[in-house]
Design a protein around this ligand. Structure first.
Ligand code: AMP
Ligand code: MG
Length: 348
């Protein structure tokens, strides 16, 4: 494939011609990368198995890892799923459009390749105009995983997509940075009890209070062979250079070599210990929103910056509102060599 084309679009008022062109590519079996509120997606016609196969090929994604199907309006879910329980109605009412994927029994229009051969499908309605206008103009649901090579860091800007997938995607609609910056919450509604398969901005607690019933959560470090959350293998979002999760005190207590960016994530404006090494620059994120929006940006920056050897990330506390950020930090980092590994739930 020749080089990928990039069309800049206004997120608030995308050019109809650009949308029409992108929709035509989707309809004819091609790939278009576009921004959702979470990360950039690599989209193809979800009802066309050959088109969807190109997504797997471009990403180098294992065929065991299913794709999320994006629709423009809630009513369109009916075509993709074979059952729409009351729970789905309640959650769609409150959170769609938004960063919540619902896993439900699939309908016959969704081919095997989308669901990795299983009988459920993940669906969601993204919020941005560009995404919804594209889906609507294409006239079919769009399967779209994150637009990065498999096991790489999810893209939060068009340039990240281009770096990873230039020549492998027909078109990128560049509408700027994504608003949330972390992947959607994934909730499995296909069994007797709702289960969070992937934590995101919409927390387990918020889902439980909306549903008025308990919501379970899958252990975050699961075997790759556990189908229930195929995309949730331990190291999934790793940058190429090392990123470490560190304990604030122990990090500063040990001599540190190399050039690094220190990222402190957490609620309190704690003072830095005195005298960090000369090459250190640092950044702090006090809120989950700001941390989520910036985390992948920092990971992408690490791989691109010649003057940076590694990242040192001080993770936020083990609290529900930080769970999604902690989950992604644990996937993208290794423990600082002097520390023992702990899980993001702090139970290891
Ligand atoms: P990505 O599109 O790269 O953000 O990954 C989508 C993730 O959603 C997958 O890796 C799964 O963890 C989850 N997912 C999508 N569809 C299903 C499904 N039918 N059953 C279980 N998990 C799913
Ligand atoms: Mg992904």
């Amino acid at each position: 494939m020749p080089n990928t084309r990039v069309i800049p679009v206004d997120p608030d008022d995308p050019d109809p011609l650009a949308i029409a062109e992108a929709a035509e590519i989707i309809r004819s079996g091609g790939l278009v990368a576009f921004a959702t509120e979470t990360v950039y997606g690599l989209g193809a016609d979800a009802t066309n198995p050959e088109a969807v196969a190109r997504i797997f090929e471009a990403k180098g994604r294992p065929s065991t890892n299913p794709l999320i199907v994006h629709i423009a309006y809630r009513d369109e879910a009916a075509a993709c799923v074979s059952r729409w329980p009351d729970r789905a109605e309640l959650l769609a009412d409150r959170f769609w459009p938004g960063p919540l994927t619902l896993v439900l029994p699939r309908s016959p229009i969704i081919p095997d390749i989308v669901t990795a051969g299983h009988d459920t499908v993940g669906v969601r309605v993204p919020r941005p105009k560009v995404a919804r206008k594209l889906i609507r103009a294409a006239g079919r649901p769009i399967a779209a995983p994150s637009a990065n090579r498999s096991t790489g860091v999810s893209p939060t800007a068009a340039e990240h997509v281009l770096e990873d997938l230039d020549g492998k995607v027909d078109l990128i609609l560049d509408s700027g940075w994504t608003a949330i910056g972390l992947e959607s919450s994934v909730l499995d509604l296909s069994g007797p009890r709702p289960i969070v398969l992937r934590p995101g901005q919409i927390t387990q607690e918020l889902l439980a209070s909306t549903l008025g019933e308990p919501v379970d959560r899958l252990e975050s470090h699961v075997e790759a062979s556990d189908f229930r959350s195929p995309g949730l293998m331990s190291v999934h979002y790793a940058p190429r250079k090392p990123a470490y999760r560190i304990d604030r005190d122990r990090f500063f207590a040990h001599p540190v070599g190399g050039r690094y960016l220190l990222i402190s994530i957490g609620p309190l404006p704690e003072p830095w210990p005195r005298g960090p090494a000369r090459h250190t620059s640092h950044v702090r994120h006090h809120s989950p929103t700001s941390a989520a929006r910036s985390l992948y940006h920092h990971l992408h920056h690490l791989d691109r910056a010649p003057d940076l050897d590694y990242l040192a990330i001080i993770p936020p506390p083990d609290e529900p509102r930080w769970r999604a950020v902690r989950d992604r930090i644990w996937r993208a980092t290794r423990p600082w060599p002097v520390e023992e590994s702990t899980s993001p739930e702090g139970n290891a």
